[in-house]
Design a binder for this molecule. Structure first.
Ligand code: MV4
Length: 449
C-alpha cells in the first residue's frame, strides 16, 4: 500500500480523500492555491504545498507544479478528485511517466471516454444500448440530412468533444437541421477545439440514471447500484438519490448486468460511472465519467462501500475486497448539494461564514470543509457542503432529510438550503415523479410568482 498520497483538489472532496487516506494509515499531501491556505483539508493534511495563485489555470490545473509537489514530498500516488485534472488523460500519463500512481483509470480509457463519439462506439461494441443516432460524427450536410431522416425528428446535435450539455442543439425539422449543425459546430470548436458533432434521437422527457461501478486490475467488476440524478438546473445536479424511485427490481438488475458486462469487456479499472437516459422502460447510454463523482456518497450509503478507499486499493494493485454477491443494498439515500448562492436567483455568494452548525444524528452525513470564520473564495465552484441522508425506506429518508435541513445553520453567506427545503416539500418530489425537465420548470414557475 502507498505510504503517501497527494490530493490534487480542494474543498469537500479534498477532505473526503484525506479522510479515506487517514483511515488507511496513509500520509497526505495537500496542494492549494494562495486563496486556499486556510482550507480545512490543508490544515488536516500531513504536509501542504502551495501550487500557485487563485485562478485554477495557475494552480489546480498547473500540471508541472502539481507533479513537482509530488516529487518534492515523495508522494507515491495522486488522487485527482473530480473536476480540474480528473479527466485529463495527459495529466494521468505525465503522472505515471514520473513513476507516480494515478488513482483512476488508464490514460487510454480516460481518452476514449472523453471523446463522446469514441465512447458511444466503444459501448455499442460492448453490448450497451445507446440512443439511436449517427454512426460516429456526421459528415456532409447531405449525409446529416439522410441520417436525421432515418432517426426521425426532433434530433439532438451533440459535440464529440463535449459532455455535460455544452454545445447541444435541437433540430425540430429538416428545415433547421443545417443551421443548427453549424451553430453546434461553432460552439464545439470554440469550447473544445474540435468541431465534430454527432446526431441522436431527441428524447423528450427522460430521467437521468447512472450506474456506479468499481473494477480492479484482476478483472473484478462490481456495481454499487444506480443513482437518479434527474434533478438538475443548467446541467448542474442539485439533488441525487439512490436507488431511483423510477426503476423496478427487474430493470435495476438489467442495468447492473449491462454495466458490469461492458466494464469487463473494456478492461476498465478503478471507479467509473455509466450515464443513461431512461424513458418508457428503456436505458440509453449517453456518456461515461472516468472519475469519482460528487454524488458518490449516496452509493456508499446504500452499499456500505467506501469508494475512495477502493480507488486507492485498486491503484495500489490490490483486488476489490468484495464481490457482487457480498453487496447487500440497504435502504435509501438522498444527497443535497448546498451551494453558496442566492436560493432564488442562483447568483454566487462568496464571503465569510459567521455561524456553522451542521446537522447530525443517525443516518446523517455532511461532507464539507466549512467552519465558522472560513471565507468562501470567489474563484471556484460554489458548492460548499453536501448533506447525505440514509434511511431504511425512501419515506424515512425523506423525513430525515427534512429534519436535517431544518437543523442546518450556515450564516454569513446565502445558501441553497431554502431551495432544498422547498423542493423536498413538493408532491412530485415526494412521489418520485420527476424527469430531467422538472427542476427547470419548477424554478421558472417560482420566478413567475
Ligand atoms: C440528451 C437529451 C435528450 N435526448 N440526449 C445533457 C447533458 C449530456 N450529458 C446529455 N444531455 C442530454 N442528452 C438525447 N438523445 C437530454 C439531455 C439533457 C439532460 C440530460 C441529463 C440531465 C439533465 C439534462 C438536461 C437537459 C438535457
Amino acid at each position: 500500500m502507498f505510504d503517501k498520497v497527494l490530493i490534487a483538489n480542494r474543498g469537500e472532496i479534498a477532505l473526503r480523500i484525506h479522510r479515506a487516506c487517514r483511515e488507511m494509515g496513509i500520509h497526505t499531501v495537500a496542494v492549494h492555491s494562495t486563496a486556499d491556505e486556510n482550507a480545512m483539508h490543508v490544515r488536516l493534511a500531513d504536509e501542504s504545498v502551495c501550487i500557485g495563485p487563485a485562478p485554477s489555470a495557475d494552480s489546480y490545473l498547473n500540471i508541472p507544479n502539481i507533479v513537482s509537489a509530488a516529487m518534492i514530498t515523495g508522494a507515491e500516488a495522486i488522487h485527482p478528485g473530480y473536476g480540474f485534472l480528473s479527466e485529463n488523460a495527459y495529466f494521468a500519463e505525465i503522472v505515471e511517466a514520473h513513476g507516480i500512481a494515478f488513482i483512476g483509470p488508464s490514460p487510454q480509457h480516460i481518452q476514449t471516454m472523453g471523446d463522446k463519439v469514441a465512447a458511444k462506439k466503444t459501448m455499442i461494441e460492448a453490448g450497451v444500448p445507446v440512443v439511436p443516432g449517427s454512426e460516429g460524427a456526421v459528415g456532409s450536410p447531405e449525409d446529416a440530412r439522410q441520417t436525421a431522416e432515418s432517426i426521425g425528428y426532433p434530433v439532438l446535435i451533440k459535440a464529440s468533444g463535449g459532455g455535460g450539455g455544452k454545445g447541444m442543439k435541437v433540430a425540430e425539422t429538416a428545415e433547421t437541421l443545417a443551421e443548427q449543425i453549424n451553430l453546434a459546430r461553432r460552439e464545439a470548436k470554440a469550447n473544445f477545439g474540435d468541431e465534430s458533432v454527432y446526431l441522436e434521437k431527441y428524447l423528450a422527457n427522460p430521467r437521468h440514471i447512472e450506474l456506479q461501478i468499481v473494477a480492479d486490475e484482476q478483472g473484478g467488476v462490481v456495481h454499487l447500484g444506480e443513482r437518479d440524478c434527474s434533478l438538475q438546473r443548467k446541467h448542474q445536479k442539485v439533488l441525487e438519490e439512490a436507488p431511483s424511485p423510477a426503476l423496478n427490481a427487474a430493470e435495476r438488475e438489467r442495468l447492473g448486468e449491462i454495466g458490469c458486462t461492458a466494464i469487463r469487456r473494456l478492461g476498465y479499472r478503478n471507479a467509473g460511472t455509466l450515464e443513461f437516459l431512461y424513458e418508457n422502460g428503456e436505458f440509453y447510454f449517453i456518456e461515461m465519467n472516468t472519475r469519482l463523482q460528487v454524488e458518490h456518497p449516496v452509493s456508499e450509503a446504500i452499499s456500505g462501500i467506501d469508494i475512495v478507499r477502493e480507488q486507492i486499493r485498486i491503484a495500489a494493485g490490490a483486488p476489490l475486497s468484495f464481490r457482487q454477491k457480498d453487496i447487500d443494498f440497504q435502504g435509501h439515500a438522498i444527497e443535497c448539494r448546498i451551494n453558496a448562492e442566492d436560493p432564488a436567483t442562483f447568483a454566487p455568494w462568496p464571503g465569510r461564514i459567521v455561524e456553522y452548525h451542521p446537522p447530525g444524528g443517525l443516518g446523517v452525513r455532511v461532507d464539507s470543509g466549512l467552519y465558522a470564520g472560513y471565507s468562501v473564495p470567489p474563484y471556484y465552484d460554489s458548492m460548499i457542503a453536501k448533506l447525505i441522508v440514509h434511511g431504511a425506506t425512501r419515506n424515512e429518508c425523506l423525513m430525515r432529510l427534512r429534519r436535517a435541513l431544518e437543523e442546518f445553520v450556515i450564516t454569513g453567506v446565502r445558501t441553497t438550503i431554502p431551495l432544498h427545503q422547498e423542493l423536498t416539500a413538493q408532491s412530485d418530489f415526494i412521489n418520485g415523479r420527476y424527469d430531467i425537465r422538472w427542476l427547470e420548470d419548477y424554478v421558472a414557475g417560482q420566478a413567475a410568482v
